[in-house]
Design a protein around this ligand. Structure first.
Ligand SMILES: Cc1cc2nc3c(=O)[nH]c(=O)nc-3n(C[C@H](O)[C@H](O)[C@H](O)COP(=O)(O)O)c2cc1C
Length: 306
């Protein structure tokens, strides 16, 4: 029955992590006879990997402000008859990565997505809330329906995963050390992405996605962490002003903004390592006052389409 179902998959991946997650999720569908067509989103000028520290901070303002970058054209001709779209994403500075954000803003993409069902799949450190909100806005604009969302995370402690991700993205050292675990989403969690394929297949076959998100959440494909949300939500508000402040000095790569980026870098490191632990203590102490409102936030974020 599923033999003629076609899935169009759009994604960008620097290290291959998101690509691995998508393959793990979608290979069981291929084995059931679905035609899965991968479309890589490619910036006209590739982003570096590994990043130098300067390159990494220099991409902050454009990431946060979602400034579109030029992409290589996408050929939609062989996926016009797709029954479902899967959109892979990774957050960059709490927004969808520049390639994904740029892709979603292109006119051709918006036309293609109009009227389609979309499942978003994130390969993240642990902060995906602002990114999926932005993606949902773009999909709404295009007239597409977000029918499912799962996000894969590094499940280690927040500060530990900051250290390991810097080591990975800037020094290309992903493996564990004596003191630190390996960076990124664990291989077990990447493998476990395949467990959600049965829910996707069943919804696809029935063309009914009304239960999909509940099934994903019930089986652990999207988890809400109040403490991480608290940090992300506060960070995201302040970062908008920082991005604007740096952008006033010039665009991507402009040496005129170097000084402001340096200040941002030190602000960010102080925030993460010196202030956020106190923020977490404050959060724990005030949790009884927040519990109720956070239950609603959790429901909205996890079951957006219900
Ligand atoms: C510039 C940059 C900023 C990032 N910011 C975030 C972030 O805000 N939240 C998060 O969970 N992960 C963040 N990450 C991690 C990515 O979302 C992603 O998990 C990692 O880069 C591996 O993705 P890949 O499949 O593209 O290699 C960031 C990565 C980069 C390169």
């Amino acid at each position: 029955m599923s033999r003629d179902k076609k899935i169009a998959v759009f994604y960008y991946s620097q290290t291959g992590q998101l690509a691995d997650i998508l393959h793990s999720l979608l290979t069981p569908l291929v084995n059931k006879g679905c035609n899965v067509v991968y479309k890589r989103i490619e910036p006209l000028e590739p982003f570096p990997f590994p990043w130098t520290s300067d390159q990494f901070y220099d991409i902050f303002p454009e990431s946060r402000a979602e400034v579109p970058f030029p992409l290589k054209p996408t050929d939609f001709s062989d996926i016009m008859d797709a029954d479902l779209v899967v959109l892979g994403y990774q957050p960059w500075f709490l927004a969808p990565s520049i390639p994904v954000a740029s892709f979603l803003r292109e006119k051709e993409t918006q036309l293609y997505l109009s009227g389609r069902d979309v499942i978003a799949v994130g390969g993240t450190r642990n902060m995906w809330v602002s990114a999926i909100k932005s993606i949902k806005e773009r999909l709404d604009e295009a007239g597409a329906r977000l029918v499912g969302h799962m996000a894969f995370e590094d499940k280690h402690n927040n500060l530990v995963s900051v250290l390991t991700i810097f080591r990975w993205l800037i020094n290309n050292k992903k493996e564990a050390t004596k003191y630190l675990p390996a960076a990124g989403v664990s291989p077990e969690d990447i493998r476990s992405a395949s467990q959600y394929s049965k829910y996707v297949l069943s919804a696809l076959e029935k063309s009914d996605y009304s239960e999909l998100q509940r099934e994903i959440v019930a089986s652990g494909g999207l988890r809400f962490s109040p403490n991480i949300y608290f940090i992300e939500n506060n960070g995201n508000k302040i970062w908008g002003s920082w991005a604007k402040w740096v952008l006033k000095k010039g665009g991507h790569g402009d040496p005129a903004r170097r000084f402001r980026l340096k200040i941002f870098k030190w602000y960010l490191l102080t925030l993460i390592f010196a202030i956020s632990p106190f923020g977490s203590i404050f959060f724990a102490l005030t949790w009884p006052l927040r519990r109720r409102s956070y239950k609603n936030i959790e429901k909205d974020l996890l079951l957006f389409n219900n």
